[in-house]
Design a protein around this ligand. Structure first.
Ligand SMILES: *[C@@H]1O[C@H](CO)[C@@H](O)[C@H](O)[C@H]1NC(C)=O
Ligand SMILES: *[C@@H]1O[C@H](CO)[C@@H](O)[C@H](O)[C@H]1NC(C)=O
Ligand SMILES: *[C@@H]1O[C@H](CO)[C@@H](O)[C@H](O)[C@H]1NC(C)=O
Ligand SMILES: *[C@@H]1O[C@H](CO)[C@@H](O)[C@H](O)[C@H]1NC(C)=O
Length: 314
């Protein structure tokens, strides 16, 4: 329901797509493992470590699909999973990862492990949660904004990257945050249900604008660190500005009306033409398009390099 869950699914589909895109090139992917840290919600101890002879496509979230006969699909399950994982704050993810690293070190030895980690891709998206949850609380419950601000969120981001670097991570794929004010749950609160909430979008932009200097500083301070910032905001906006060019007929409302279960109204038939699956998750197709744009799409969606280049960097 809230915006922050969505990015998890996006990350996972991106991950799946990178694997697929990588293997489709007819040679082994250059990346031995992909670790996903999504909005403080992914359990990196279990599901997110792919062994060194990747690519693998048997990750439980691969192939999220919505065949007409199974309208609940993965996303309902996704809610439970996200709910469950959302109990794990980000700092514990780093801790879990640290534990995983210790185990791997015991198995592989220090040098092999360092090599493996340095070549691995760390796919990260945080910020959606802090921003969306806080805004949502204010809107729904008229709560005062919690002590949240963008500089603080950015400096936690920085601290997390430095910790992961300390543990051996070198390549970071960063997905910035979406136009928060264009999610259906936000639009449906607006009078005409047509426009986006500009103040929410400008929060998202402010946060995203902070990521670039943050990472360029980090890469000048931490030797061997490389990164790609994927502009999910710009990609979403490009689609919103010209939906038909991307094959969408609806970028505003949800395909599946909550609670989105078989006892209720079935989801839209033309799911491939919808950007939003429900009030804030994207459809699989939207996520796949974003993933391929970030992997090796037009330069305007990634900076300073795309994920493909990042993965191949020494
Ligand atoms: C990882 O664990 C080691 C001990 O096993 C500890 O010294 C180190 O501070 C931990 N690092 C992080 C980032 O949690
Ligand atoms: C847009 O979102 C903000 C919260 O950031 C809220 O205060 C404002 O009322 C919303 N605007 C509209 C038109 O709903
Ligand atoms: C980047 O580094 C410069 C110079 O060291 C500093 O002035 C600036 O505040 C830093 N910016 C960020 C976002 O860390
Ligand atoms: C999307 O981009 C256009 C410029 O191409 C801009 O005018 C518009 O405000 C952007 N929309 C959002 C939601 O940022």
């Amino acid at each position: 329901m809230m915006g922050h869950f969505r990015i998890i699914v996006l990350s996972l589909v991106i991950m799946a797509s990178i694997q697929v895109l990588g293997s489709a090139e007819g040679h082994k992917t250059a990346v031995p493992a992909i670790f996903v840290f999504g909005d403080g919600m992914l359990d990196v101890g279990n599901n997110n470590y792919l062994p060194s002879d990747a690519p693998q496509a048997d990750y439980p979230y691969y192939g999220i699909d919505f065949p007409g006969s199974e309208p609940t699909g993965r996303f309902s399950n996704g809610y439970n999973m996200a709910d469950f994982i959302a109990t794990i704050p980000f700092k514990y993810q780093v801790k879990n990862f640290n534990d995983t690293v210790s185990q791997m070190e015991a198995n592989l030895g220090h040098q092999k492990l360092s090599k493996l980690l340095a070549k691995s891709l760390f796919l990260i998206s945080i910020g959606n949660m802090d921003l969306s949850v806080n805004i949502w609380r204010v809107l729904r419950y008229s709560r005062k904004p919690s002590p949240f601000n963008i500089p603080n969120t950015l400096s936690s981001y920085k601290a997390i990257i430095m910790q992961l670097y300390g543990l051996g991570a070198r390549k970071f794929g960063i997905i910035n945050i979406q136009p928060l004010g264009c999610q259906p749950w936000v639009r449906q609160n607006l009078e005409n249900n047509v426009n986006c909430n500009d103040s929410m979008n400008s929060l998202a932009r402010e946060f995203n604008d902070g990521l670039k200097p943050l990472f360029s500083n980090l890469s000048s301070q931490l030797s061997g660190l490389s990164y790609s910032i994927a502009d999910f905001y710009a990609f979403s906006n490009a689609t919103f500005m010209n939906p038909r060019a991307y094959g969408f007929v609806n970028i505003k409302s949800t395909c599946c009306i909550p609670p989105c279960t078989p006892e209720h109204e079935p989801p839209c038939q033309n799911r491939k033409q919808y950007w939003f699956w429900d009030l804030s998750y994207t459809t699989e197709r939207a996520a796949k398009l974003a993933a391929s744009a970030f992997y090796d799409g037009p330069a305007r969606f990634t900076a300073p390099v795309n994920f493909k280049r990042l993965i191949k960097m020494k």
